[in-house]
Structure formats: structure tokens, C-alpha cells
Write a new protein. Sequence first.
Length: 315
Amino acid sequence: MQTTHYGLPLGLPEEASAHALQLDNLTALVHWFMAVLFVGWGIFFVYTLIRFRKGRNPVASYEGAKGHFSTYGEAGVVLIEVILLVAFAVPIWANRVNAIPPEQEAVKVRVVAEQFAWNVHYPGADGVFGRTDPKLIQAGMNPLGLDRTDPAAADDVTTINQLHLPVNRKALIYLSSKDVIHSFFLPQMRVKQDAIPGMTIPIWFEPTKVTPAENSLPACAVGMKCWEIACAQLCGITHYRMRGYYQIHDEAGYNEWLAQNAPAPQPSAVAPLPTPPAPTGEPATATGAAIPGQNPAGDGGPAPTPTPPSGGQNH
Ligand SMILES: [Cu+2]
């Protein structure tokens, strides 16, 4: 099972995305390059110990080296590095990272990191993400602040710490964070990107392998062998347990998962109508007690607004 790249057993997780092999080959190449530099400079170091030993050079030369060899050498190194950067690194980066596929070609998902979880938002059948509003965020109930009254939000699927994607289709993830800098890491996809508050960063990749059964729920939970969404940025006191899991399905399995998790269509929208808001004898106390507990922002202003949705969710 152990694979090698240019003769090196890197011991990396399996390659399950289209660009994984290229990335691993580059990693191996860089290791070989480092080995050559290490040996080369090691030999040079030993040479200087012998060549400039005290016995042969009792008095240090105050004039130093003559000639232009070192100048040419340094200019040569700069030139090679410029070529590596301009001719290779920048174009490869632009192709792999910045060439974001058109939305209609890709499966698009929003991932919003927070201390200490991954919130995942699918646009649903209409392909449009419903409106979100920080004022609607309720810990546990609505961590994304999704406005279910928005028509585009009616079919949206949300999950916590679960990402599901189809194989052989480009995945386009819009990554952001609610609080601090996190890092979204999918080891088998060879994807790692910082999530930065105030920014929405697109990431794309193409899964090429369906997650093996032993790495899929429920089997993987027992042996802790799930394909993991790891947070690769120390983000707070329980950073270590900021772990989600992700699963790559075949097309049918993915559609089945989506269908199973799609919200029930009409009843929730209809429910508030026949049930008018109960007249509250002590509005200030009742709403005041409910809102701060659910919403850390504690926006006391629009007190009547949060009441109807919570009545609707009871149905
Ligand atoms: Cu984190």
C-alpha cells in the first residue's frame, strides 16, 4: 500500500483529488533538492575546515578573496530564483488556485468556521444560497444565521461538522470564519486554506475517489478513521477538537444524501400563519430572557422578530 514518489516513501494520506499526485511529486522533488543542497554544503563545510585550518594559515588574510567569482555566483543564484518564481511558481499557482471553475460547473458549498466547529451550507436545488444575517444566528439552532423566510433559503441544506461531496465533480468552497483565523484542512484532498474573518475565500478541487467504507460513517466513527476536516491553525483553547468529517460519494449516493437532508418543504413556512403570536403579558421579561440566551449578540432592538420563527420551529 505504501506508495513512493520519485523513490521517496513520503508516508502521506492517500491521494483522492485530481491535483494530489502533482502536489506529492513536488513535495518529493523538493526533498531531493534539499538533500542535494544538504550534501553539497556539507562537503563544502568540511573542505573549508581542512583548507583554512590554522596549521596552513597561521595569520588571517585581511584582504579577503580577490576576483569576481562570488559576485557572479550570487547574481547567478538570484537569476535562477527569479526564473523559478516567474516561470514556474506563479503560473502553477495561478492555474491550480486562482483558475476558479464557473459556478455552474461545480458543486458549491459555503463553509463557515467558528470556535470550534465547521458550519456547512448547501444552496439546495435552486443553486442559490439563502440570505444569512448575523442577527439571526442562534447557537445550536441556526449557527449560520440563515433566514428561512428568504425564498432562496427554503431548500438550503445546512450541517455542522459534516461535508459531503460527489466524486469527479469540481467542488467550489466559499470559506469564511465567524471569529478567529482557522484553517480548513482536507488531508486526502491535499487542500488546506486559512479561514479569515471578514473574508470569503474560494477554494476548488476535484475529488477523484469515493471515500472507502471504513472511512465513512458510521463505521469510521468506531476506529476514528473518518476522513477528517481538521483545523490546521491553533484557534483557541479547544482547537484540538475542532474536527469535522467529510465524505466523497458517487453521484447517486450524493444525491441521496442531499435528498435525505433537504428541509421539509412547506409546513414550516405555513405554520406561523394559523398560529398567531401568543399575547405576552410581560413582553419585556419574556423576550428579554429568551433572546440573550440564544443570541450572544444580544440585539435587544428587534425583539418581536425572533419570536415567530421559534414558534414555527416547534411544529
Ligand atoms: Cu479552528
